[in-house]
Design a protein. Sequence first.
Length: 672
Amino acid sequence: MAGTVFSDWLTALTKLQTCVSKDLDEIRQQKAEIQQLKQDVFNRLAEGRFVRDDRRLVLSAPEIVIGNVDASGMLYSEGGSITIRGQKVGIDGVGENGAIESRASTIRQTAVDPGIDGIEEVVRSQSAIISQAKHITIQSNEAEKDGYFSRSPRLTGSTGVLIHADERLEIDASESSELRAQEIGDRLKDLTSSIATYTADCTTAMIGVTAQVAEMETLLALQEPMELDEMTMRTTVTELDALTEQFNEMMPAVYSALESAAAKMSQLAEAHRQMKCLQDEQMSVATASTSFKEKSTDATLQMTAEHMDIASVDGDGNIRTNPEASICVQTGRLDISTKQEDGSLIDDSYVQISTHDVRISTVNPKLNDAKENGDGDYSTEGSVTISSKQVAFSAVDYSVSDGKYEEKDQTKDSSFSIRAENVSVMSMDKDGNTTGCLLISAEHAGVVSTDKDGNTTGSLKVAAKDVSLSSVDKDGNTTGSLAVKADDIAMGATDKSGKASGQFCLNSKDVFVKSMDTDDDGADKSLAAGGNMVIVAEKMFVGRTDKDNLSKELQISSDKTGVYGKTTAEVQQGEAKAVLQLDGGNVAVSGSKAEFYGDNTVNGKTTFKGEITAPKAAIDSLQAKSEFKSPNIKDGMPAAPAAGGGSLSAKLKEADAPKAKVAEKKDDSSEK
């Protein structure tokens, strides 16, 4: 029977079923038509009560209880459901003592548009949950199942927000790519399954509605051919009453079937809408995944306050010291600064760390597959940079008097270690020129670069304008020792072009410069085989600085001794009283008396000026130019007496050595 109201209902449901995958506006238009049909059906029901006013409805009483309750306000055992639906819903707790209290096993708030049937979850641009109060407390406490919260929510104590959790409190401001894509994929799978279920349910529901409508239309068809003549009136009225009663009995089932079918179609339409939204979001996430790690996500967590405290304490206020207690900060970059808005440092600002141990590590773990064991390579990478006008490291004990810290004493058994393959301590300007000074003051100072077996390795570089190594007591007296031990030792004072400059000064009571092998105790054992010692300069002074500072004794002893002078070599004794001179290829000896011992041989032409006395002479050939005279023989005329032995003028004069500069400068910083 076409054209009945039931046919209209069935047509409206069919139209809704065909547009479940359409856009939101069309779906809502079809829902509005279904809403009108449901209202028509509900109006035909004799059950329930519908109170409607087109302008305003007010419920007024000193106390109002709404729910599936009895006259006393107690909830019936079967429970009930209350839905408040409207475009604007307001709950006001009026007055100074006005209060709104919500209690349920689960309370959930979601800022979405639920639609006219409450099934949709449409996110709007203005989706927000806003809470404003002088005191806000959010408290999570542990309790046994079917138990009772032992701690009551407490106010902040002053205007503010208090968030408390017995076990876990998480504030997360982050955007994901992989996790988000995975969650979207999982939800799409669930929606695909739900859509299949909802589609089957809608088909089943439409079959039921169609059957119900067909049955209702059959009842209507039975009513139409009835003739209301006087002969059959009594019978027709009886049958009509029976049909009406049957019709009224079927109406609740029709309404239930209609409402169920409309609800399932709304669920199906919402599932299609959500799937389309997620598919669009999935494409957006997939497009952005390639640059997700490089570009900023703009996720921000901002905490601002004049004073901020972060503490690892328990609910009783005790500082937790168990191994699990900690505060961790994990990020790719960490910036801690005390700066003004323009980037300049705040005057008298500081960062203070007070703890038992301070550890700064740039170790980069590269774990094996068995990550739970922590196995792998732990390579030290990166760098630690400290830039400051003054950098001080100290291990000192203090005492406090009148609120002021005073140095008490150096911390016992304290130490400062720098361990690296290459260590550089430099004081130089931007052009690479050394400047400033380097001061190391300690009872025992050691700079070592050794491997695990104690073998030296790496290098140690000290570059500065002035470098002072000293071991002195508080009165300035030298004490202790300085030992430099290495395979090769090079000390130079040259400029960047290699030109020698400056001076190298060794000054000590005993000065030893040697090339010797030593025993286990470091004592001299023997000369080092193949060892060499080279001392050379444009001018050399040995044994004298000036006339008042002469060595009392100078010894030169060796298996072979050579003294070489390219132009002149001269040995003087006293004030040139005796001179041995080698000059221009000539040898001259001068003194008040010259004595030769042993067998002496003089080759070449020899000239004697002065008298010669000899107890015995063996002469192969004797020639006398003026006179030959002996006790027994006289020949020739007497000659004039020969000149005396004569004297030799020294060519070289004693000179004073240049005065050594005072290289060790006093530095006031050593006394600070």
